[in-house]
Design a protein around this ligand. Structure first.
Ligand SMILES: Nc1ncnc2c1ncn2[C@@H]1O[C@H](COP(=O)(O)OP(=O)(O)OP(=O)(O)O)[C@@H](O)[C@H]1O
Ligand SMILES: [Mg+2]
Length: 369
């Protein structure tokens, strides 16, 4: 059967175009000056810019700190030698970054060599398995510590009671010793209670998330001698959220307190709220969440504790008990939410995600606080 050559050519062009539009892999093409002349829809989504904005932008102005630099791209244009870098961190537009496998090859247009770059984002799969692993580890550590704390708590009560009884039999001078026993037993009980974590079920009601954050700001102002600079970056269109006000307040407070302890007087803390769509929580895709970010421009989390940050008793401070973040994690988990963290020097961001229900979304907006 004979085919019309023109028809074949037309089909080829059409499907090539359709394919580029449908690909989940982000593709961009750079001209001889290394400026963008083409970006498919996946690249627009990845770079969070429309094609009309990307067109004509120098590639080097989009990314900072990346191994795909001008020299390597120019060499590719000259020699046609393609390369692939796997697992590289691409950082762009003020603290937005992703991990990707990048392949750069050469294509010809109007007899001139161009650079074709493909980005295969690997963040999501990697993130999901890492999160599942960390969640398991966190649960195991928490259960172990809870069991231990429970065992310590009972004899501690007996010890305190006995010291109290004994003190009635002693002289004033001797009572100093029993007072010390009672004092230390109280201190340990306090620690054990924190180790056991929040034990009450959340009292879920509909709340304005910004009112909760403002309450946290108030508490910080009253409880700190030095002035803490707080920048508010609220999305006023965020609907009311079903949550336990006290518990969310406590979780945010624990995170903000850590930031205050880490930053310098010239640094600041940003409280940011947004709606996040299609977030993954415990392997499940959640359509809509409210996202609260607590960001500081301090020195960052010490790298030695980054992987175990949310485990109980992990601390980078000499006088820290290492329970603040573990408790915050439990409180957010009680809301079927997620607490995560990205940190490097100059930018530490804790992200709280709380799922929104369809009811939340249909209620009137909570744009006042
Ligand atoms: N914003 C931040 N910047 C730098 N380091 C941080 C930040 N937040 C947390 N950390 C580090 O994480 C550690 C764990 O924090 P976490 O709140 O769990 O325990 P802690 O603050 O040491 O003790 P606790 O909160 O129980 O008094 C801190 O000791 C600190 O080293
Ligand atoms: Mg803390």
């Amino acid at each position: 059967m004979l085919h019309d050559r023109q028809e074949i050519q037309q089909k080829k062009l059409y499907f090539q175009h359709a394919l580029a539009n449908k690909l989940v892999t982000a593709v961009i093409i750079l001209d001889q000056n290394l400026t963008i002349v083409y970006a498919n829809p996946a690249a627009e989504a990845l770079l969070v810019k429309s094609f009309s904005k990307l067109y004509g932008m120098p590639f080097t102005s989009i990314f900072s700190n990346t191994s795909i630099n001008k020299d390597r791209l120019q060499k590719l244009l000259a020699t046609g030698q393609e390369f692939t870098d796997s697992d590289i961190l691409l950082e762009f537009s003020a603290n937005h970054y992703f991990t990707s496998e990048v392949t750069a090859s050469s294509v010809e247009y109007n007899s001139l060599a161009h650079v074709l770059i493909e980005f295969k984002q690997i963040d999501q799969q990697k993130q999901i398995s890492l999160e599942a692993f960390q969640q398991q580890q966190w649960l195991a550590t928490r259960d172990l510590i809870k069991g231990l704390a429970h065992e310590i708590k009972n004899p501690l009560g007996g010890l305190r009671g006995a010291a109290q009884l004994l003190s009635t039999e002693l002289t004033i001078e001797q009572q100093e010793y029993t007072s010390m026993i009672i004092e230390q037993a109280d201190r340990l009980t306090n620690l054990v209670d924190r180790l056991l974590g929040p034990n009450q079920l959340p009292q879920i009601q509909t709340h304005n998330i910004h009112s909760i954050l403002e309450k946290v700001c108030q508490i910080i102002t009253f409880s700190n001698n030095v002035e803490v600079k707080i920048v508010r970056d609220y999305d006023p269109s965020i609907p009311y959220v079903d949550c336990d006000q006290e518990k969310i307040q406590q979780a945010v407070l624990n995170i903000v307190n850590n930031a205050i302890q880490a930053i310098d007087t010239k640094d600041h803390i940003t409280l940011k709220t947004r709606i996040a769509s299609n977030a993954t929580i415990n392997g499940k895709r959640i359509k809509m969440c409210v996202q609260i970010s607590i960001i500081d421009n301090g020195p960052g989390i010490p790298s030695a504790i980054q992987d175990t940050l949310f485990y109980p008793m992990v601390s980078g401070r000499s006088n820290g008990t290492g329970l603040g973040l573990s408790i915050a994690q439990t409180l957010i988990n009680q809301h079927q939410g997620k607490l995560s963290c990205h940190s490097r020097s100059g930018h530490t961001e804790f992200i709280i995600l709380i799922p929104l229900t369809t009811e939340n979304l249909t209620k009137e907006n909570a744009n006042e606080y």
